[in-house]
Design a binder for this molecule. Structure first.
Ligand code: PLP
Length: 406
């Protein structure tokens, strides 16, 4: 007997759940792409993206996924042979660094492993040691989607500044924008990149590069810049189509407009707080499950855990077995273990991930956790009891508290 009918829940860390309001906003005829409402729509979107990013400077929209804005950010800022420092805390900063290598940039990595965040003092010391300022930029992710670590970007920025080093600080917020607190100008971030399909609740296909006036000025002559990625023309378009270097991504824009309406109506502080509480509900469940057997969160320190994605360590082959069970029997798709392979577990079958970004409420999180509980029972996985109850209590504890204000 299979009970799996009804609405599926793809609870992977991107693409995230697209709200019905966003889908409905996209379901319409094509607009004029030269003039009319699309022009004001884009201007409003750019202003609101900047509000979400916490910057008064520049925002560009590319028809691209996250990998596209990896390249856009590098090509606008660097020259072949420039040295950059990449802070690796999983897979994604490393991937960004590998793009830079392929563009001819000299990349130095500091690897913080797969189970912890960046150590700002190590970064500070490395920059202090770079007396002739060879390092042009420091690259890191806010959230690494493979390990589910969250790096403290304010602390990293302080490490760069207190070393009196001119390197640009470039942050990948693809998994975290509109999920985790982020203050681009307040924290002194020079370049930030994001995508439409995670916290911004819009289908994959739009990438964003935000950059400060300092980044714009210091990178004026970047020789890796190519016509399509060039950010200058996109922020000062003589004609509307220069915003996108061609046809506007019309329907994505309608969807994104609606998603931004939802985020700003809820309030950014409230959005961040909701993600935090729902993440704590998930951690409470893991703690109970882990009281017996081997289940544990990949990131031990709660301060370094993402509020948008959680990587579970269940031990091989239980992660894969559980994922298969929930997908086949409960309508719940969990994320695969990514880059968590070891010699004993070459296919990362011990890990699975739960995405909890964007359009999310307690019944989705509690339903996912209860389905995982069901899956654990079905595969006869040893675990502690009371996990779903503990998560429910975290959600209940919010009731009656004043709203988080902007
Ligand atoms: C998803 C993700 C990417 C890659 O985005 P794509 O749209 O898949 O190219 C890059 N960095 C981080 C942190 C991500 O979460």
């Amino acid at each position: 007997m299979n009970l799996n009918q009804g609405r599926n829940y793809v609870a992977i860390p991107g693409p995230s759940v697209v709200p019905d309001r966003v889908l409905q906003a996209m379901h319409r005829a094509s607009p004029n792409i030269y003039s009319g409402e699309i022009v004001g729509l884009v201007e409003g979107i750019i202003d609101d993206l900047k509000r979400v990013a916490g910057t008064v400077f520049h925002s560009t929209i590319y028809i691209a996924n996250g990998h596209g804005v990896w390249e856009a950010s590098l090509s606008n800022t660097l020259n072949p042979g420039d040295r950059i420092l990449v802070l690796s805390t999983g897979l994604f900063a490393k991937g960004w660094g590998e793009f830079a290598e392929r563009l001819g940039v000299d990349v130095e990595y500091i690897d913080f492993g797969m189970r912890a965040g960046t150590d700002a003092s190590i970064v500070h010391d490395r920059l202090k040691g770079d007396k002739s300022h060879l390092i042009k930029a420091v690259l890191a992710v806010q959230v690494d989607t493979a390990t589910s670590v969250r790096n403290d970007i304010a602390l990293l920025s302080e490490a760069v500044r207190s070393a009196n080093h001119p390197a640009l600080l470039m942050i990948d917020c693809i998994a975290s924008l509109a999920c985790e607190e982020f203050k681009m100008d307040g924290w002194g971030v020079d370049v930030m990149i994001a995508g439409s399909q995670k916290g911004l609740m819009t289908p994959p296909g739009l990438g964003f590069v935000f950059f400060s006036e300092k980044a714009r000025n210091t990178c004026e002559g970047a020789s890796l810049r190519t016509p399509y990625w060039d950010w200058n023309r996109r922020i000062n378009p003589e004609e509307f189509y220069f915003y996108f270097c061609g046809t506007a991504p019309t329907h994505h824009l309608y969807g994104l407009r609606e998603a931004l309406n939802m985020i700003l109506a809820e309030g950014l502080q409230a959005v961040w707080h909701r993600h935090e509480v729902l993440a704590r509900a998930i951690w409470a469940a893991i703690e109970r499950w882990g009281a017996e057997g081997q289940l544990e969160p990949n990131i031990a320190d709660p301060q370094s855990r993402s509020h948008a994605v959680t990587t579970f360590r269940a031990g091989p082959p239980h992660g894969t077995k559980l994922r298969n069970w929930t997908e086949d029997n409960a309508g719940l798709t969990l994320g695969i273990g990514l880059g968590m392979d070891t010699p004993d577990d070459p296919d990362s079958t011990g890990c699975f991930r739960l995405g909890h970004m964007g359009h999310l409420n307690p019944h989705m999180v509690l339903g996912a956790l209860a389905s995982i509980e069901s899956g654990f029972a079905a595969i006869d996985y040893r675990r502690g009891s009371g996990a779903v109850e503990a998560a429910a209590e975290v959600c209940a504890s919010e009731f009656g508290k004043p709203p988080a204000g902007d």
